[in-house]
Design a protein. Structure first.
Lengths: 419, 313, 289
């Protein structure tokens, strides 16, 4: 009898000791149990094409940074297993993206996929994520279809920005400032087509009109936009809305200057602008341009801190895609920690309705109805080189778009999330 | 005894085909199977007809899109969609072939390449039908009564169709038609002098080959749930030609081996920076310079050597 | 109307590249009986050479116009000696496949080194700015490209048709055995002619650099158009290659006025028509088929 009590007592003591040391400082009460003993984060993006600079390999670095910082904050074994980051290049091709995503989920045991620029690839992976019942947080694509009836699903989340946000910011502001008639050129795939739709709606809502819109081939192997720019010269709109992104945008701006359209009073409005585009042509080529963005590295101290770490690691200042990947990875790991498991359905429950703020997301709410992450956006303007205080100091913030204004009304999307 | 040895490739082939998805990632196994059939279709034309088509991706891709569109729009069982793809590809092969066969040798290759590229641009432009750059997504695969959602299940469901296609190619080659084709390949003038309407034979061979490629492409699109412009790109044609040559021109079996080797090499090197172009190109250069015979004849030689030394059956 | 006229100039500019590339292809095929699939990749290397000359050595456009084609041409001569000549005795299809393999290696290799993004290359200061064509400006540089390419094509035609060197090359092309019998060392000409044909492609690349994206895949679609042009013009014909090149460029751009979708498809549709009506090509001769 005494022996039994001693054994029971010892067992209780050991159990208490184990319970106390699990997780480390600041750990939640529930120890995290991973499905296969490891957390695998997949980053699929463009590592060799037109979008390689704005996300690409440096986005993978950003995710790795998030993992390292997370472990530094909570302890190496915070999630009860190793945290692995794997990556693949989808070459801006939807079929490659789809195949790689399936392989990551099936063959490599990936628990989540992040990043994915190029809307056609992003939408393809949304479908794979739903089929495989695994998590997918898209950071770098812009298509509103990710959260609309067309492609929204239980496992897909849309994190940083979308075409609606960009159009509400840039489209409305430029129209209100006197650019009433528009000619829109866009890359002819999911992203560009979506941008055209969103901008057209925004311009019209602000009292402007769209004379015409034309698509350019994507990917654009010749880099030649001359026939479209010649057409702009013929149509004579007040604003040329260029929806091309990355390397394509660099060519459009170059040729816009070549054909001297500014002298013909045709203003250039840019749908989507990344810091890496500005680096490619030089600040002065873009000086004065207004654009919408979820984040600028120099906007406050918290952001500058992150940007400094990033600069040391990669040699450049982060684009909002890089920062967004860090933030999304962090919030995912937090959700796993809160829920105590990496089981996809449980993490979805943790994310839906979650309110948060970090250096990248301000006033953030994960909308349970369509999995769009609502947050404030910024209207920024490119400074001329003379005003730059250091290399990469490209923009200043000139306005804010509140989370409500920046997020598409639920009724317009029509997403019916399964219970 | 001879008969048994002759049946050996068939037996081994069947065993390997049945076991493949258990040893490899099922999607990779499916790819090997379908690219193998694609390469066989190229070999049929090249090895036996003497015609190098460098635009066979037109049929592979057309088969893929046709099957995808049919499956999405009509919800038919996947074998039906696959056959639709094959028939449409064979049909397109007729006008393409008619024009291409007007030239010979290297020009034929260039013309087929150009036509395939034209189809690529048409598919890109015809966005309403093909989805353009976005591709045709969400292609369903249905088989009444069975679930073929998982890659492994689809592999076994598609295997019979692939076997039929392969046996068809073998049958064509060993038929009187096939023998005339080889005669035309060796000396067209002589065949014409003997009274054969050579260009009709060549056209028929082209159409059959196109149909087979279309079948393979259709199953590929159904298997991946996706049809994209890549199916029509000239690098796809080039890869199929590589597989044929690597395996050995004019052997049919060799094409299957070639496909397996190329895809396995590519898969192993996936962890290295995505350098499939350099790898494929290097294989091409080495093969063309030093190893034109290909794997299958070399393998056959090795077996013969082993047998003569009293080592084999 | 201005728009159509401007598109015409665009067509001539595009046609210039088709013509230069097809010219090189035709010359190489004429003498070596090799269809050089790598021609597009070598055009791309010419553009990159110009870019690197500027980036790493500060050498500008005008010297690059001479240095790049020379460098790439010499490198190509090495390729010919090392690899291509091993396959002369065989079916020309093998050399086609060899050059195809080389294309993949060159393009993918450049992609690994430089990415697909495309490097900027500025037009030379003397040629920036635009020419007034009616109320719209047309970039002066593009006009330069048209004029320069035409001049090069005429020059090459003159050399081949009117000089002794050209006569030897033509003789080697049309009657190699007879030419040898007359005591001329045909084989000695093979390598330099290959280098020359490639140099023409590289020249096209340098001209394209300020106008297009300097990116590893810049030649990969162009080569197929060049093939179509060569089939239209007639494989062995120098004049055919140049005329067909400009023709295709102009017609494609005019087609784009009606429907942008037609621009890419036109070259192939033309090729189909030519195959139907005159299989040897506009300027080709039947015995070359």
């Amino acid at each position: 009898m005494r022996r039994l009590i001693a054994i029971l007592g010892a067992t209780l003591l050991v159990a208490a000791a184990c319970g106390g040391t699990s997780g480390g400082p600041g750990a939640s009460a529930t120890a995290v149990k991973l499905n296969d003993g490891k957390l695998v984060i997949g980053v699929i993006n463009d590592q060799s094409g037109v979008y390689a600079d704005l996300s690409g390999k440096n986005a993978v670095e950003a995710v790795k940074m998030a993992v390292e910082d997370f472990k530094a904050k909570y302890g190496d074994n915070v999630l009860g297993g190793t945290i692995e980051v794997i990556t693949a290049d989808h070459q801006n091709k939807a079929d490659v993206a789809s195949a790689k995503a399936q392989e990551f989920y099936e063959r490599n045991g990936a628990d989540i996929i992040l990043d994915v620029p190029t809307s056609s690839a992003a939408l393809a992976i949304a479908k794979v994520a739903n089929d495989q019942k695994k998590l997918y947080i898209n950071v770098t694509a812009a298509s509103t279809d990710l959260t609309a009836a067309a492609s929204c699903n239980k496992y897909t989340f849309h994190y940083a920005y979308d075409t609606y946000m960009l159009a509400q910011g840039t489209g409305i502001t430029v129209t209100q400032q006197g650019g009433k008639s528009w000619y829109i050129i866009y890359p002819n795939y999911a992203f560009g087509q979506d941008m055209e739709k969103s901008f057209r709606a925004a311009v019209i809502s602000a009292g402007g009109n769209v004379i015409q819109s034309d698509g350019s081939p994507f990917p654009n192997t010749t880099g030649d936009f001359s026939s479209l720019l010649l057409k702009a010269g013929q149509l004579k709109p007040q604003v040329l809305g260029a929806m091309q992104a990355g390397g394509d945008l660099v060519n459009v701006v170059k040729q816009y200057n070549e054909f001297k359209l500014k002298d013909q009073n045709i203003k250039l409005a840019i749908g989507l602008l990344f810091d890496t585009d500005i680096t490619a042509l030089g600040q002065d080529a873009f000086a004065g341009t207004l654009y919408t963005t979820p984040w600028v590295w120099s906007m406050d101290d918290q952001s500058k801190q992150f940007a400094d770490k990033f600069l040391k690691r990669t040699g450049i200042r982060p684009t909002f895609a890089h920062a967004g990947n860090y933030s999304a990875a962090w919030q995912y790991m937090e959700a796993v920690r809160r829920g105590g498991t990496d089981d996809a359905d449980a993490v979805v429950k943790q994310l839906e309705g979650y309110k948060f703020s970090d250096f990248f997301i301000r006033n953030g709410v994960v909308r349970p109805e369509d999995h769009w992450v609502m947050h404030d956006a910024l209207i920024a303007q490119v400074k001329p080189k003379s005003e730059a205080k250091e290399p990469f100091d490209y923009s200043k913030v000139v306005g804010t778009l509140s989370a409500e204004k920046a997020s598409r009304p639920l009724a317009d999307g029509g997403c019916k999330m399964p219970k | 005894m001879r008969r048994l040895v002759g049946l050996l490739p068939y037996a081994v082939g069947l065993v390997v085909a049945l076991a493949l998805p258990r040893f490899l990632y099922p999607v990779l196994a499916l790819d090997i199977l379908l690219w193998g059939l694609f390469a066989v279709s190229v070999d049929l034309l090249l090895g036996f007809g003497g015609l190098l088509s460098f635009g066979h991706s037109a049929f592979w891709g057309l088969g893929g899109y046709a099957a995808g569109i049919t499956a999405k729009a009509l919800g038919v069982p996947f074998p039906v969609a696959a056959v639709v793809g094959a028939i449409l590809a064979a049909t397109l092969a007729v006008p393409f072939g008619y024009l291409a066969i007007r030239r010979r040798g290297i020009y034929f290759a260039m013309v087929t390449l150009a036509f395939a590229q034209m189809l690529f641009y048409v598919a890109n432009e015809w966005r309403d039908l093909t989805g353009g750059e976005n591709g045709l997504q969400g292609v369903p695969r249905i088989l009444p009564g069975l679930s073929v959602g998982r890659s492994m299940d689809f592999y076994y469901a598609a295997l019979p169709l692939v076997i039929v296609g392969f046996l068809l190619a073998l049958r064509i080659v060993h038929s009187p038609f096939g023998h005339v084709l080889v005669a035309i390949r060796d000396n067209e003038a002589r065949a014409q002098a003997l009274g054969y309407p050579t260009w009709r034979y060549k056209l028929l061979a082209f159409a059959l080959s196109g149909g087979l490629a279309g079948l393979a492409g259709a199953l590929f699109a159904l298997g991946h749930g996706f049809a994209s412009l890549d199916l029509l790109h000239w690098t796809t044609s080039g890869t199929a030609v590589l597989m044929t040559i690597l395996g050995g021109i004019g052997t049919l079996w060799g094409s299957l081996v070639g496909a397996a080797v190329v895809l396995l090499v590519r898969d192993t090197l996936t962890n290295a920076p995505e350098a499939s172009g350099v790898v494929t190109g290097a294989i091409f250069v080495v093969i063309v310079l030093a190893f034109r015979r290909g794997l299958w004849p070399t393998l056959a030689d090795l077996i013969r050597l082993a047998r003569s030394k009293g080592l084999g059956p | 109307m201005d728009y159509v006229a401007l598109q015409l100039f665009n067509g001539l500019a595009n046609g210039s590249f088709y013509a230069l590339l097809s010219l090189g292809l035709a010359v190489i095929f004429g003498v070596l009986r090799v269809v050089n699939f790598a021609h597009g990749a070598l055009y791309m290397l010419g553009a990159f050479a110009a870019y690197l000359l500027l980036q790493d050595f500060g050498v500008g456009f005008w010297p690059a116009l001479v240095i790049a084609p020379l460098a790439i041409g010499v490198a190509a001569m090495g390729l010919e000696r090392l690899l291509i000549r091993r396959l002369y005795g065989l079916d020309p299809l093998y050399n086609f496949l060899l050059t195809f393999g080389l294309t993949l290696i060159i393009q993918d290799g450049m992609r690994l080194r430089f990415g697909l993004q495309g490097q900027p290359y500025p037009a030379p200061a003397e040629l920036t700015g635009s020419f007034s064509l009616g109320p719209v400006g047309y970039p002066t540089y593009r006009l330069f490209v048209i004029v320069f390419s035409l001049a090069v094509c005429v020059l090459v035609w003159y050399v081949i048709e009117r000089t002794r060197v050209g006569m030897v090359v033509r003789a080697s092309t049309e009657r190699p055995e007879l030419t040898r019998a007359l005591g001329i060392n045909v084989d000695r000409w093979v390598t330099p002619v290959f280098g020359f044909g490639v140099a023409l492609a590289a020249l096209g690349g340098v001209l394209a650099a300020p106008m297009r994206n300097v990116s590893p895949l810049m030649g990969s679609e162009l080569i197929i158009f060049a093939f179509a042009v060569v089939v239209i013009g007639g494989m062995g014909s120098i004049v055919g290659a140049v005329v067909a090149g400009f023709l295709v460029g102009i017609l494609a751009s005019l087609a784009a006025v009606f429907n942008p979708a037609l621009e890419n498809v036109l070259a192939f549709a033309l090729m189909a028509v030519v195959l139907l009506v005159r299989p040897a090509g506009l300027f080709g001769s039947v015995d070359r088929t």
